[in-house]
Ligand binder design. Structure first.
Ligand code: AMP
Length: 423
């Protein structure tokens, strides 16, 4: 069958790569794709912010299945529009995607359904922020309500800082768009964990756990990014903890959304803080995370098409997701200056030697393009060098050995991916 993937980052490269391994897939099209995806799938241009253009593309291509990678098309309602037209599509509806697209909705939802999360207040004015701040000790976390690509969370050491952050969110100075709502949140401490579940509107099934590295600098310093690396191992959480998270977080979300008339289908990514008081939800993503997806899909032994179909058909309870035992790791090579200003168009060297590799190392492209026959950088995050091995240390060694062969002007990467697990 023909599958269309919407998006053009490392996550979509990993999805296209996984789909290409399935015996059920005869053709993969990716929109808009990137320089790396173009080597394994037909890429067609599309603006992922333009709902009409994406729907027109699906109608023209007529795939048997459409898979939506990024959060923006989901929040615009691409799944609703395609389902209305009788197209088969993987992902949540606009109403279900509010778990990610509105932090205020997610917090209130968790409160309604007794899902553990930090104490919070939703504010619509600066006066309300000042008033509510009295209830919070410092540090306090200030979050923009809407999608912000990792830039909408500010951890504030003082109430004055928190007021300033909230004011900048309301005015649009921080994110470029005015926020109607700002969430204040209790600051939590502990290890972070990402727990992925496949949902079909009724059932939630565990896929795997992973850990992301959001800060740009080694030792978790500097500004937040889209993610500088990730790893996935069986040992990230005990079987008892994974069972607890499935029952008390993922399944509660699915039950709650069904009860509220917005059944949740697709990938539920639970971003958790493992606090001394127990696991608490920091956020939900309603799609595959990036770069965790690169690490997870390299470990996956199940046919990804079976997972996507089970979510759409309501049969997720009939499948068991099979992962390779051991570990995988993904290290991001980013443009110099990222997550601030950076220059694109830098020639990428060293990749051709790697592409004939042993299959344990795959270089997914996050932001690349082909110009005049040369592969060049075309984004902040450029490559996601991913490796799988029986142990995390080995997976990291393989990824870093591959990365050592790659170069482009200004290339930066973190040398300490996986440091918490190795410690
Ligand atoms: P979020 O987009 O809500 O996951 O937040 C991005 C990052 O900010 C998280 O991965 C955490 O590192 C941090 N963060 C968010 N909320 C909190 C909180 N309540 N306490 C401490 N850190 C937080």
């Amino acid at each position: 069958m023909k599958v269309l993937v919407i998006g053009g980052g490392g996550r979509e490269h990993a999805l296209v790569w996984s789909l290409g391994k399935s015996s059920q897939v005869s053709e993969v099209v990716c929109a808009p794709g990137n320089g790396g995806i173009a080597t394994i799938a037909r890429c067609v241009p599309v603006d992922v912010n333009d709902l009409g253009a994406m729907v027109a593309l699906v109608e023209a291509e007529r795939p048997a299945l459409t898979v939506v990678g990024p959060e923006v098309p989901l929040s615009l309602g691409i799944v609703d529009e395609l389902e209305r037209r009788g197209c088969r599509v993987f992902g949540p509806t606009k109403a279900a995607a509010r778990l990610e697209s509105s932090k205020a909705f997610a917090k209130e939802f968790m409160q309604r359904h007794e899902i553990p999360t930090a104490a919070h207040a939703v504010c619509t004015t600066l006066d309300e922020v000042r008033e509510q701040l009295r209830r919070f000790s410092v540090p306090v976390v200030v979050k923009a309500d809407g999608l912000a690509a990792g830039k909408g969370v500010v951890i504030c050491e003082t109430h004055v800082q928190a007021e300033t952050a909230a004011a900048e969110m309301f005015s649009g100075a921080l994110l470029g768009t005015r926020e109607a709502e700002v969430v204040l949140e209790e600051f939590l401490t502990g290890e972070e964990l990402s727990f992925f579940a496949l949902c079909d509107g009724v059932h939630a099934v565990e896929i795997a756990s992973a850990q992301d590295h959001k800060r740009v600098g080694e030792g978790d310093t500097g500004p937040n990014t889209g993610g500088m690396g990730a790893y996935s191992t069986d040992g990230l959480a005990t079987p008892a903890m994974r069972h607890w998270l499935l029952r008390n977080v993922a399944q509660k979300v699915v039950d709650g959304m069904k009860a509220e008339g917005a059944p949740f289908k697709g990938i539920l990514f639970c971003g958790l803080m493992m606090t001394p008081r127990g696991p608490m939800v920091l956020e939900f993503n309603t799609r595959f995370g990036d770069p965790e997806t690169e690490a997870i899909l390299l470990r996956m032994e199940s046919d990804v098409v079976d997972l996507l179909n089970a979510s759409i058909d309501g049969t997720a309870n009939e499948i068991a997701v099979k992962m390779k035992p051991g570990a995988s790791a993904c290290v991001i090579a980013a443009s110099g200056g990222y997550p601030g200003k950076y220059v694109s168009g830098k020639v990428i060297d060293g990749l051709s030697d790697l592409q004939a590799g042993d299959g344990d190392v795959v270089v997914f492209h996050a932001g690349t393009a082909v110009r005049d026959g040369q592969l060049v950088t075309a984004g902040g995050r450029v490559l996601a060098v991913t490796a799988v091995a029986p142990e995390l240390r080995m997976a990291l060694d393989k990824a870093y050995a591959a990365l050592a062969k790659i170069s482009f002007e200004g290339m930066q990467f973190r040398r300490d991916i996986g440091h918490r697990a190795l410690r």
